[in-house]
Write a protein that binds this ligand. Sequence first.
Ligand SMILES: *Cc1c(COP(=O)(O)O)cnc(C)c1O
Length: 373
Amino acid sequence: MSAPDFEALAQPGIRRLRAYDPGHDLVALRRRFAEAQLVELGSNENPSGPSPRALAAAAAALPRMHLYPDPLGGDLKRALATHHRIDPARLLLGNGSHELLMQLAQVFAGPGDEVVASKYGFAVYALAAQAVGAELRLAEALPRTAAMPLGHDLQALHAAVGPRTRLVYLANPNNPTGTWFGAEAFARFLAALPARVLVVVDEAYAEYVDAPDWASALGWLERHPNLVVTRTFSKAYALAGLRVGYAIAHPGLIALMERVRESFNVNAVGLAAAEAALADAQHLAAAVAANAAGRAALAEGLRARGWTVFPSQTNFLLVRFGERAGALEAALLARGIVLRPMAGYGLGDCLRITVGSAQENARLLAALDEVAA
Ligand SMILES: *Cc1c(COP(=O)(O)O)cnc(C)c1O
């Protein structure tokens, strides 16, 4: 019996999709290079590693792995509610924030609806919209010559919102550009938007931000019930492997999202580690400080070599290498240095570089000198 035409059987939205590109096969690369020699700067992971308290909490949770995790995530939610000074009813936990970004589209958009995002916005927004059969409308980004090159153009985003728009996805700061938008511009954007349009602000890199003009969208939640903010333990808290993220929004919106949440979506080890990581403010501050210093030094090293480094408030840099980007990326990979190619984002002349440890950053610059010569 021959296989049916699965492509034809799939929903129209899924047929038009291409799977999320996670970058190079790191497991294969780790086998090829001795693990110690591979410099992994392709996935925005945190080289400081998790809090020792998170490690201990994870270890303590392991013997109970035969039990289902707390389906409510009650302890973590209470800790997050205290941390953000919000009602726990405003919280939804996710298996990473990626899951929540997808679920927002699942709940609030479908065929005939529109979802608005920015060009060079995080790739998951397009996936989320298309997976549910909604129409994706991409707003132009700010020009390369702007003060915030390739950043979100909030006016263009507003102009892209129409009567069929259900959701707007913004990232602040954004991946892969590293750019951010300021509080005043965001306040104007929100005020001009109809209340029926949900605004999702993805703040995966919020903990890293020190720009004085930036403010978390959390401050607008009370006045704008159409706002959803997503956060993650994957970046500054260094728990990417455990998959814990959360959304903060109006309790009514959260209650709807709960209807489609898989009952045990956050695992027991993740719940325990995230709660402990949240309690270790000192470790977080040290990781954020290390990133800020490393980011400044790496950007300076790259600029000194003539490359164009985009402004960043994250733990990575978008760097323009021009026509040589692809060849440089391949040559660095052959030397065990993994960066993220940007052709999938329409930025084939750029590479995205995670801020590594001082040692990793130095190895990158030395290898870059070799391959660029
Ligand atoms: C890394 C990242 C996420 C976080 O993904 P998780 O699923 O929480 O690991 C979300 N949004 C952006 C923009 C990111 O770069």
